[in-house]
Write a protein that binds this ligand. Structure first.
Ligand code: ATP
Ligand code: MG
Ligand code: MG
Ligand code: MG
Length: 571
């Protein structure tokens, strides 16, 4: 590629709505251009990166035995009605009508369509297992699209769906995908963590997220640095647990109990010392292994978070998820972002036997004692940077789930998510096959997503400096930029640059030759912003001594090397 024939369009300043480094740098480097809120044009430079990410994903999915197909973006509403998600999904699902008044959706995910394919295509146990995937445009009408491609409304996802004869087979398929995801994120050059996660609106019972570690991440991860334990505290959009189904006979009405009471109640149940006023409470699920566990985080202190405690309520079963903000407002009558009165000390009530049944009562509304539990969204009320530090300091040395080790908290960006679905969709859509005895049986399913376009933002969050992007080589738009200084004036520069360019290209290196005859300062600043891992400067002065300058994007001093050496150095 020659820069003179390419579209390089950098900006000095990022637009005002770009709040975080990756969004600012993607705009400034000319990778994306905004079309509407959460909807972006991927410009040639941005698309190069997206294609490189897709290539790595494809290679690993194919190697794991998954089969690529392509399902439509527009899907008929009937399938969503069959699965029940036409009602359940809420305003994130973009719905539309065709000219005949028939309902359609713009797909946010493809469980319904793939299950429809499976029920039509798979008749016998001999056709199983099978795993289909596609890399396709998704649309989710996010309540708060922000951070550029990180939380877009239109975005690209790789989604895969496995079908198996039995639970054992499905677990194997899940593990194969889990392992493939580990390889994918390693190859992408990202620092990440696989964490136990909530299953959200997709449903199912076992799930892991792949979180890229970054301070601007919307998720909080609790982990033990010395063991495999890691889980998502799912604080976004609003940290509150309610059961997926209300327990029979439980009313969803709010009893006006201040949060302090609820927190003290939980503290008592968990046998935690309560020396200070409890400020807030956050609840999260951990679904690895049986039975599922609910984690209760008690945050104490009057105006600052100065202590965090983690408690465990054993013996609870599945069926919990985080409520959306709308649900919290509806069920508990509180304002979005509501914080209970701080500094109120109220008598502690003791509930003798905490069982699955009365826990249901707590989390979904009033129990007979007139108390209820909710989480509150404290994140929004604190400056984000201080929150990260505070939590890190606070948890240092605390015990983790099994009573050993130390607990730590990090922020993460969810870039991948694997679910074991069981028969949720095959049952709803009647996707059966004939087993070895000729009897119809439901297919066991799993689904596996990767946020392709979100990865671009996440990678930049982890890899940038004051000057611009510092690409991991595997996904850099170009691996090497040759900066020809004095292109217009010097025959020697032109000749040496062309030779170098041809040689690097010949060796399969993704190289761009900057032949635009720009002033060196401008040219260097532009390539520092765009961020290829290696820059080679060819100038007349160096050539007189038989050398060019090679500068790694992470280095500050260029190395003067001979033309021949510079090729081997950049390989
Ligand atoms: P989030 O919690 O960030 O809203 P999600 O849990 O709703 O994500 P999934 O349904 O698990 O997302 O979808 C699989 C992957 O798609 C996610 O892991 C993420 O990488 C990506 N993704 C989801 N929503 C968006 C979005 N609005 N913009 C870009 N990528 C997204
Ligand atoms: Mg979401
Ligand atoms: Mg999520
Ligand atoms: Mg998810």
């Amino acid at each position: 590629m020659r820069a003179s024939a390419y579209h390089i369009s950098t900006l000095k300043e990022a637009p005002n709505d770009a709040e975080i480094a990756s969004h600012q740098l993607m705009m400034r480097a000319g990778m994306i251009r905004k079309l509407a809120g959460g909807i972006y044009n991927y410009m040639p430079l941005g698309l190069r990166v997206i294609r490189k990410i897709e290539k790595i994903i494809r290679e690993e999915m194919d190697a794991a035995g998954a089969l690529e197909l392509l399902m439509p973006v527009v899907q008929p509403a009937e399938l969503w009605m069959e699965s029940g998600r036409w009602e359940q999904y809420g305003p994130e699902l973009l719905r539309m009508k065709d000219r005949h008044g028939r309902d359609f959706v713009l797909q946010p995910t493809s469980e319904e369509v793939i299950t429809d394919i499976a029920r039509n295509e798979i008749q016998s146990w001999r056709h199983l297992p099978v795993n289909f995937y596609h890399i396709q445009t998704k649309f989710r009408d996010e309540r708060r699209p922000r951070f550029g491609v990180m939380r877009g409304r239109e975005f690209t996802m790789k989604d895969a769906y496995s079908f198996d004869r039995d639970v054992e087979g499905a677990q194997k398929s899940y593990q194969i995908m889990f392992d493939a995801y580990m390889r994918i994120f390693e190859r992408l050059g990202l620092t990440f963590r696989a964490v136990a996660a909530d299953t959200g609106s997709i449903g199912g019972s076992q799930s892991h997220e792949f979180q890229v570690i970054a301070d601007i991440g919307e998720d909080l991860i609790v982990y033990d640095p010395n063991s495999d334990y890691a889980a998502n505290i799912e604080l976004a959009p609003a940290p509150c647990l309610i059961p997926e189904r209300a327990a029979p006979g439980v009313s969803m009405q709010t009893v006006a109990t201040p949060d302090a009471t609820k927190c003290e109640l939980v503290a008592e149940l968990l046998k935690l010392p309560l020396s200070q006023t409890v400020k807030s409470i956050v609840l999260a699920t951990e679904q690895e292994g049986q039975p599922a566990t609910i984690w209760l985080l008690l945050l104490r202190g009057d105006h600052e978070l100065n202590e965090i405690k983690v408690g465990k309520v054993p013996g609870l079963n599945k069926g919990f998820r985080f409520a959306t903000e709308a649900e919290i407002v509806e069920h508990f009558g509180c304002k979005p972002g509501y914080l209970g009165p701080v500094g109120t000390r109220l008598p502690v009530r003791v509930i003798a036997d905490l069982t699955v049944a009365n826990m249901h009562d707590f989390v979904c509304g009033a129990n007979q004692e007139g108390a209820h539990l909710t989480g509150v969204n404290w994140v929004r009320d604190l400056p984000e940077a201080s929150l990260v530090t505070d939590l890190r300091n606070v948890v240092e040395g605390d015990r983790a789930p099994n009573g050993t080790g130390t607990l730590a908290i990090q922020r993460g960006i969810e870039v991948g998510h694997v679910f074991y679905l069981g028969t949720k969709y095959s049952e709803a859509l009647k996707a059966t096959f004939l087993d070895e005895n000729g009897k119809p049986a439901l297919m066991e399913m799993g689904c596996y997503g990767i946020g392709v376009t979100r990865i671009v933002g996440a990678a930049i969050e982890q890899n940038h400096d004051a000057k611009g992007i510092v690409w991991p080589r595997a996904i850099a738009p170009f691996e090497v930029a040759i900066c020809a200084v004095g292109w217009g004036k010097s025959e020697a520069v032109r000749e040496a640059s062309e030779k170098l360019y041809a040689e690097l290209k010949g060796r399969g290196i993704d190289v761009i030759l900057d032949d635009r005859d720009q002033r060196p300062g401008i040219m260097f600043a532009e390539w520092e912003l765009i961020g290829p891992p290696v820059r080679i400067t060819v100038g007349e002065r160096g050539l007189n001594e038989g050398v060019v300058e090679v500068l790694g994007r992470k280095q500050t001093e260029a190395a003067r090397v001979s033309l021949a050496d510079c090729v081997t150095q950049t390989l």
